[in-house]
Design a protein around this ligand. Sequence first.
Ligand code: FES
Length: 102
Amino acid sequence: MPEWTSVARLADVPDGQAITVQVGKKRLALARADGTVYAIDDVCTHDGGPLGEGYVDGYDLECPRHGATFDVRTGRPTRLPAVAPVKTHRVRVEGDEIQVAV
Ligand code: FES
């Protein structure tokens, strides 16, 4: 059974935006696209950029450092310079709480 941890409230992540949350020693980027919240590792696979500080465009999250984008649904890179995927994490919403399983 996955262990679910509450990391934010829905209102903390408006549609089309991303934030950074901490789960234990791990930093995650939460991004909301088309009303759904997705969680991926906060560390860009190109050079460690903070993805939670990036920009949401459709289902893509753009790294603020050099502009690579990742599909938040799959973690796969959709624009260079990143070529490796970021890890995705399961998300559920309980009431107004966003929970992730890491
Ligand atoms: S660190 Fe993210 S694009 Fe370079």
